[in-house]
Each structure stands twice: as C-alpha cells, then as structure tokens.
Design a protein around this ligand. Structure first.
Ligand code: ADP
Ligand code: MG
Length: 251
C-alpha cells in the first residue's frame, strides 16, 4: 500500500516498503508485543520472550521500536553493543539475540517525534537493518492505538500481535480497544497475556476481551533487581510463567 501523493491525489507506491519486505524475507515469524497502554510490561515481556526463544535453540531477533522510551537494551544489559555497518546495519548479538533498537539513534535524549516523522524513523530502521535468517523476530512497540501502531501494521505486514494487559481497570478498557482495532483490521492476533497478576487474586478481568487468552504472568518483585542480568531474569517466576505461554505460540 502506498501513500496518497499530496499534489496529485494519486496513490504512489513507497519503494521503501518493498525493501522492508525484502529485509524481513529471511524471518519466519514476527511477533509484535503491543498494548493500548504503557507500563504494562511490554518491553519486559518482549525481551524475556526473545531470550526464552533463543535459549530454546531458535534464531531470534529483538527490535525495540518504542521511541517514547526504548528500554529493551536496559533489560538485556546491552550497554556496549552497537550495530555494524555493512550495506545497512547488522544488529549486534546480545545474549544470543540479534538486537536492534531506536536507542542507537536517539541515545538518552527525548525524541519528540510526531506523525510523519515517527513513521519515517520506523521506515528508516526497518529498511537498513539486515536480520538475515531468523526463526523469530520479536518487536516491542510504543503504547497506544494511534498512528504509530497503524504504521507498524502497515510496515510489518506479517506481524502477529501478542497483546499485553494488566488486571487493572485502567488498562483493560484501553487494551480492549486495541484488540477490537486489530480484529477490525484483520491483523493476526496470537492472543492476550495478563501481566502483573497479584499472587493472591484469582479474579481475572479478561472476560472483557474477545481474544484468545494465553495466560497470566504474576507480579514478581524479584524482577526489578534482575534487569540488566538476563540469566537472573530467566530464573524468576515471571520468566518461568512466560515460558509456559511461549509453548502455546505454536510451530
Ligand atoms: N510481572 C512483573 N512483575 C514485576 N515487575 C514487572 C512485571 N512486568 C513488568 N514489570 C515492571 O514494570 C515496569 C513497566 O514494564 P515495561 O516492560 O517497561 O512496560 P511497558 O513496556 O509496557 O511500558 C518495569 O519496571 C518492569 O520491570
Ligand atoms: Mg516499553
């Protein structure tokens, strides 16, 4: 799908979209971890998911597209790694995962991108990154159901969405809107994960969602001190619960 050319009102194909398809050509499955909300654990889940898949012998890439607050590099402890330039960018391998992030562009600066600019940054990163052959590419995306998420649907055509919520009523309504949007746009959705479930509570709010329920992840106070130490992270209750969900993702 191209964009409407503003002067002529005709649709001109964006050649970069074909390049993105080519760049992702060697990737078997693309899992997009999304939520209508921020702070629900998308980055933690995306990063842990990529580590679990890599430990299971899969070839895995992790792409952090959250320009509001890229954070996968912190969870991975990827402090020194940088991409290599060779007819594009080759992601460094961190903890067995090929890792690419907007943080390599923006560092710790705030990035007040809007609309078209944000779109161009996504396109740029997807166009220059050379993933090679992968079994899985896991993508961490910004919160919301605004333009950025629509862009990701448009740019990463084979993306299968893994939707994250928490049991809080502050998350549930917003996340339900994302699920509805994905259904309306006929975007493949793997299902819903409920994160930060309080250990004592057996009640889930997932009845609100018309999505395949994949399971709950406990709120785990041990997680915080393992950030930046993937081996320790993988030993937590949180990671072990996520491993059970990964088994449901199939193939
Ligand atoms: N199940 C969990 N148990 C404990 N802390 C969690 C859990 N899930 C997420 N967190 C913490 O909550 C905060 C928000 O998570 P993050 O992955 O950054 O959310 P998002 O990417 O959706 O904004 C982080 O400090 C993260 O470590
Ligand atoms: Mg995040």
């Amino acid at each position: 799908m191209g964009r409407l050319h503003q002067d002529f009102n005709v649709e001109v194909p964006d050649p970069r979209l074909a390049i993105i398809d080519e760049r992702l050509g060697g990737v078997k499955r693309i899992i997009v971890v999304a939520s209508g909300k921020g702070g629900v654990g998308k980055s933690l889940i995306a990063t842990t998911l990529s580590l679990l898949l890599a430990r299971d012998g899969k070839k895995v890439g992790l792409l952090d597209l959250d320009f509001h607050g890229p954070s996968c590099h912190i969870i991975l402890g990827a402090t020194d790694a940088v991409p290599a330039e060779e007819m594009g960018l080759i992601p460094p391998v961190v903890q067995g995962v090929k890792f690419m992030s907007l943080v390599y562009y923006i560092g710790d600066r705030p990035l007040p991108l809007r609309g078209e600019e944000a779109s161009n940054v996504f396109v740029e990163l997807l166009t220059i990154t050379r993933w090679g052959q992968l079994d899985y590419l896991v993508v961490d995306v910004p919160p919301g159901i605004a333009e950025e998420v629509l862009d990701i649907i448009r740019l990463i055509k084979r993306g299968e969405f893994l939707v994250v919520t928490t049991p809080s009523k502050l998350a549930v309504k917003t996340v339900a809107r994302l699920v509805q949007l994905l259904q309306e746009l006929k975007v493949p959705t793997l299902g819903l994960v409920e994160n930060m479930h309080p250990p004592s509570s057996k009640i889930g709010k997932t009845g609100t969602f018309k999505a395949n329920f994949l399971g709950r992840l406990p709120f785990d106070p041990e997680v915080e001190k393992t950030l930046g130490h993937p081996e320790e992270l993988l030993k937590t209750h949180f990671a072990r619960s996520l491993k059970r969900i990964v088994k449901k993702l199939g193939r």
